[in-house]
Write a protein that binds this ligand. Structure first.
Ligand SMILES: [Mn+2]
Length: 331
């Protein structure tokens, strides 16, 4: 049995359905913990029915309404970013895999799920996006640091990070394999709530997981998971790490978990790794015909990409001139 947790609201239900469908295609014996807020009953019904089509799969639906109202979600319009923090008291088992609802799964999760976690609170993926943010020293917001502050000052003040090497164990919060047993033994959930009262993190729960799990984080292998980042973020990853990121950012590797920081549904005509897999999966969900208002109209006229999408239909797309963004980022 594999425990998988997802957390989302109605805005993300259609994409969460893609995540779930992708898991069901390659896995069996899954217990889903669905942590939700502001989710319509019709969404619950649709997704519950989808889960029941899986081989020995079931779902526990947990209403998280109000639980994190006192916390600041920063740029996110939903408190759902905090939901994974509560998993140690929601799931009685020894481990659980938390996945964002902008993720697809391409293979069996068994090997990743059952790996040795002795001595670790969690396993996750290196966050090249944060390396980029540190490197470009863009502004982040933390009231603990007096509001808007350059990323380098923020990470020095809160984490004591002064060098890019310090980020070699900073993990992305979208994929978290949690060692619930170890976390409960050390009362980490309550410690996180205490830290949230003291520190206003720029990156919310992700920062807090990294802060509290210092020295207790295991990195997943490159083939296990990939973050699909936005072009301007890739551009600012420091050189050695950028080379490593781009060589791993290859669909031929067939990563088990793909986390779309750059959303394929918002950039339908751009070369995003695994975008074609996402589009196929979407057609297999109850939200096949759903298009978010942000997806209905798309226009870009840029040397990197030219297209015009209206009512979800491509009116114009110049794919020949749509440069391979990975290649152009290497230059
Ligand atoms: Mn995400």
């Amino acid at each position: 049995m594999i425990n998988i947790a997802l957390g989302f609201d109605s805005n993300f239900a259609p994409y969460a359905a893609v995540t779930i469908k992708s898991i069901l295609l390659h896995n069996k014996n899954i217990k889903f913990y669905i942590l939700y807020d502001n989710l319509k009953q019709t969404d619950i019904n649709k997704i519950d029915k989808l889960i029941q089509t899986g081989d020995n799969c079931s779902a526990e639906w947990i209403d998280m309404k109000g639980k994190f109202d006192h916390l600041n979600a920063g740029g996110w319009n939903s408190k759902s970013v905090y939901f994974p923090v509560a998993l140690p008291s929601l799931c009685p088992d020894d481990r659980i895999l938390f996945l964002d609802a902008d993720i697809i799964v391409n293979n069996s999760l068994e090997e990743i799920y059952n790996q040795d976690l002795e001595g670790y609170y969690l396993a996750g993926t290196l966050d090249y996006g944060i390396m980029s943010e540190f490197n470009s020293n863009s502004k982040v917001t933390s009231q603990t640091c007096g509001g808007d502050i350059p990323a380098k000052d923020y990470f020095k003040t809160i984490f004591g990070y002064t060098d890019i090497k310090d980020f070699e164990t900073y993990i992305n919060g979208g994929i978290l394999l949690l060692n619930l047993k170890a976390i409960r033994n050390d009362d980490i959930e309550n410690k996180m709530y205490e830290v949230f009262n003291k520190i206003d993190f720029a990156l919310n729960e992700q920062d807090c997981f990294n802060y509290i799990s210092k020295g207790k984080k295991k990195l997943l292998q490159n083939k296990d998971a990939i973050l699909i980042l936005k072009d301007y973020v890739i551009k600012d990853i420091p050189n050695d790490y950028k080379q490593e990121y781009i060589s791993n950012c290859d669909q031929n590797i067939n990563h088990t978990i793909v986390h779309f920081i750059k959303k394929p549904w918002l950039y339908p005509e751009e070369n995003i790794p695994y975008s074609n897999v996402f589009q196929k999966l979407r057609n297999l969900t109850p939200y096949k015909y759903f298009r978010h208002r942000k997806e209905i109209f798309k226009f870009r006229l840029h040397k990197k990409a030219k297209y015009f999408v209206l009512f979800g239909q491509t009116i114009f797309s110049d794919k020949k001139n749509t440069k391979n963004l990975m290649e152009s980022n290497l230059k």
